[in-house]
Structure formats: structure tokens, C-alpha cells
Design a protein around this ligand. Structure first.
Ligand SMILES: Nc1ncnc2c1ncn2[C@@H]1O[C@H](COP(=O)(O)OP(=O)(O)OP(=O)(O)O)[C@@H](O)[C@H]1O
Ligand SMILES: [Mg+2]
Length: 235
């Protein structure tokens, strides 16, 4: 039987009169990679922000390791949502140092995460002068600092070059066997197909599909169908 690290039940988030996320119930299997797919404005980031405590749900529930989610669970969750939270006038190492101090982690962890994301040679350059891909890598390094059990990456390949994308794909694929579950969001179907064990497709704030990726399945037509159905439902 699958065990779940995280479940959401009828999760909703309104902004003024807009239902950005409506009744989303996700089941994330432990030690797997879960791809959250959806077009622009579908509600992916809003959902991930609720799971990471950046936004309060309007209604619904979140369960982490089979208990109702609380802020304490954030010690086991690492996240990179939208743009990486960097101090622009500090170097990569200094950015990580600030956080190891806050988290009470040893200095040695800084070099470890920099090696994981292949960002060991930026020296004295400030994060403000980093390329988009370098910023993204540093953001992932920050998300990994506290040895998370659940890693949440919102559009992680944003700004990465093809080598960076391949490196990141291999890296993400190595996480489940290290006891790290990954939720990543994307609108790039081919990326998710190569990386995820399970997918959820969101459109118009609703979950239109959740399941395993079956070999040979036409993900594009499934995606289009979900988007079409959500437009019909919203019309
Ligand atoms: N802080 C906010 N205030 C008002 N509306 C918001 C806010 N954040 C998100 N929304 C709205 O909620 C909807 C879902 O946005 P969200 O950022 O979750 O989409 P997304 O699936 O992450 O899209 P993208 O692929 O473009 O990142 C959009 O219509 C957006 O305008
Ligand atoms: Mg988003």
C-alpha cells in the first residue's frame, strides 16, 4: 500500500472574489516525485504556497505525515517558490551562512549543498550579479539546507540551460532513494514526463486529473482535455 507524506483535502483559496484554488485534494506518495502540471494562472503556486505556510487556505485541510499540518512541519519541508529569496549583496556562501545560522546548522553544510547544485566556483560574486540559472541553483541549495523530507520546487527549471536542466533532472531523480519526496510544478509536459512518478493536472483552480504516469501515455492530450473540461465547467 502507498503511504503518503502529504495530503490535501478540499483545499481552497480565494483572492477577493476569485476562486484561485477550489477543492483541491492531492495525495503525495512518500519517496516519489510528484509533478503538478497546469497552464499559467492555474493555481499551482497558490497551492504550493499553502503547503509551505506562505498563504492561509480559505478552507480545506492539509495533512503532513498523517497529522494535520502545522508550522512545526516546516522544519521538514524545503521549498523554492517563484523567485529564490536571495540577499543580492551577499555571495552564495554568505547567503547560505545567514540561513545555517538561523537553522542552527554546521558550516560544513554550506559546501555540501553548493556541491549538490554545482555552484562551488562563484567566489566573491554577489548573488545580485548571478545569471538567472545561477540564482535558481542557489535557491535550490537553500531549499536543501535543512535536510528536508519533502522538497517543493515551483518551476525549478526556470532559467536553466539544457545542461542545467539535465543535471537538475538527475538530481531530482536521486532524491527519492535518499528519503526525500519531491513535489515540482511545471507547465513543460516533456520535463515532467521524464521526471515524475505521479502527476496532478490543475486547470482553472481545480484538479482535473491525478494518477501515475503510464508508459506511452499521451500526456499532452490528457493535459488539453483537463484544460478544456475546466473551461467548460467555468463557462
Ligand atoms: N496575491 C494574489 N492576489 C490576487 N490574486 C492572486 C494572487 N496570487 C495569485 N493570484 C491569482 O490566482 C490565480 C492562480 O495563480 P497562481 O500563481 O497560483 O498560478 P500558477 O499556476 O502558479 O501560474 P504560473 O504558471 O503562471 O506560475 C491567478 O489568476 C492569479 O492571478
Ligand atoms: Mg506559478
Amino acid at each position: 500500500m502507498d503511504t503518503y507524506i502529504l495530503k490535501t483535502k478540499d483545499l481552497c483559496r480565494d483572492f477577493k472574489r476569485q476562486h484561485a484554488v477550489s477543492d483541491i485534494s492531492l495525495s503525495i506518495t512518500k519517496n516519489s516525485v510528484y509533478g503538478l502540471l497546469g497552464p499559467n494562472g492555474a493555481g499551482k503556486s497558490t497551492t504550493l504556497k499553502m503547503i509551505t505556510g506562505m498563504l492561509h487556505p480559505t478552507s480545506g485541510e492539509i495533512f503532513f505525515e498523517n497529522h494535520p499540518w502545522s508550522r512545526n512541519d516546516l522544519t521538514k519541508i524545503g521549498a523554492l517558490i517563484e523567485s529564490p529569496p536571495l540577499y543580492e549583496n551577499l555571495t552564495a556562501k554568505e547567503n547560505l551562512k545567514v540561513r545555517t545560522l538561523l537553522l542552527g546548522l554546521p558550516d560544513s553544510r554550506i559546501q555540501e549543498v553548493l556541491e549538490i547544485v554545482s555552484l562551488t566556483d562563484t567566489g566573491k560574486k554577489h548573488a545580485g550579479q548571478f545569471s538567472m540559472g545561477m540564482k535558481q541553483r542557489l535557491g535550490i541549495a537553500i531549499a536543501l539546507l535543512n535536510y528536508p523530507k519533502l522538497l517543493i520546487l515551483d518551476e525549478p527549471t526556470n532559467g536553466l540551460d539544457p545542461i542545467g536542466i539535465q543535471d537538475l533532472r538527475n538530481l531530482i531523480r536521486s532524491f527519492p532513494e535518499q528519503g526525500i519526496t519531491v513535489i515540482l510544478s511545471s507547465h513543460i509536459l516533456s520535463e515532467v514526463e521524464l521526471i515524475a512518478d505521479h502527476i496532478g493536472i490543475i486547470a482553472g483552480g481545480s484538479l482535473g486529473y491525478e494518477g501515475k504516469i503510464n508508459p506511452g501515455e499521451d500526456l499532452e492530450s490528457l493535459f488539453m482535455q483537463v484544460v478544456k473540461n475546466s473551461k467548460k465547467a467555468g463557462a
